[in-house]
Design a binder for this molecule. Structure first.
Ligand SMILES: C[S@@+](CC[C@H](N)C(=O)[O-])C[C@H]1O[C@@H](n2cnc3c(N)ncnc32)[C@H](O)[C@@H]1O
Length: 226
């Protein structure tokens, strides 16, 4: 899989690239590249934004600048791009990411993520140059970089070989294996700490009972059936 992140702060991803599952995915041939729209800006001082029409606070990322950045990266008219690959604007008001969408994105050969900053995108970027707009939750961050890392993290860990144990990504919260529900609780040693005992069934060695207990605990935690 090839992921391009368009960001004014490429260095923000240095830490992320060093995380084990990301390193594993990259070693397997997957790609995570950052593209800085400033590099292709032809405006004075490589500017990327301007004040909003209609007034108001903050600066808005310009559509001509984002178009030039997409053209420089992929060639052709960026308007055609969303037909060839998912181009996703990160916006607080977009469709909220969930496990099913992360799985769908993990099945794509190519992804483009656009990080906003300041007041956000000129709406024509989202309308004409993107296939989707994605929110990581109903709150507002200062920029799209953390949101892009959330998307990349959720997607990359679904790729075979990126996690140490392949089964870790199969039966976990919100997965089809748990019918979209939160995962059951986990415990490790010591079995008794300050009188807080691990449930007996987990120490029983009885695999069928353990499976049934886990299913029941996951159901008790609620959430939707998928
Ligand atoms: C300060 S925010 C802009 C907020 C925008 N004026 C609004 O009220 O919706 C700057 C950038 O951070 C990113 N961002 C902030 N919160 C986000 C969220 N919950 N999900 C995805 N991206 C987010 C977006 O790329 C956004 O363009």
């Amino acid at each position: 899989m090839e992921i391009d992140v368009f960001t004014l702060f490429p260095q923000a991803f240095d830490w992320f690239r060093e995380q084990r599952h990301v390193r594993n995915a990259l070693a397997l041939g997957h790609r995570l590249d950052c593209v800085d729209p400033r590099e292709s800006s032809t405006l004075a001082g490589r500017s990327v934004d301007d004040t909003p029409f209609g007034g108001g606070a903050g600066m808005v990322l310009r559509v001509d600048v984002m178009e030039a950045a997409l053209r420089a990266r992929y060639g052709g008219d960026p308007v055609e791009l969303p037909r060839r690959r998912r181009v996703i604007a990160l916006t607080p008001g977009g469709r909220v990411l969930d496990d099913a969408w992360a799985a769908e994105l993990a099945a794509q050969p190519e992804l483009t993520l656009l990080c906003g900053r300041y007041e956000g995108f000129d709406e024509r970027i989202v309308e004409h140059l993107c296939s989707d707009s994605l929110s990581i939750g109903r709150y507002v961050l200062a920029g799209g970089e953390l949101a892009a890392m959330v998307v990349c993290d959720a997607v990359l860990r679904k790729l075979p070989g990126s996690l140490g144990h392949a089964e870790s990504a199969v039966e976990e919260s919100f997965s089809p294996a748990l019918e979209g529900r939160p995962e059951y609780p986990h415990y490790t040693r010591p079995a008794d700490w300050r009188g807080w005992r691990v449930p007996d069934v987990l120490l029983s060695g009885h695999h069928e009972q353990i499976r049934a207990w886990r299913r029941e605990r996951s159901r008790a935690r609620g959430g939707p059936l998928q």
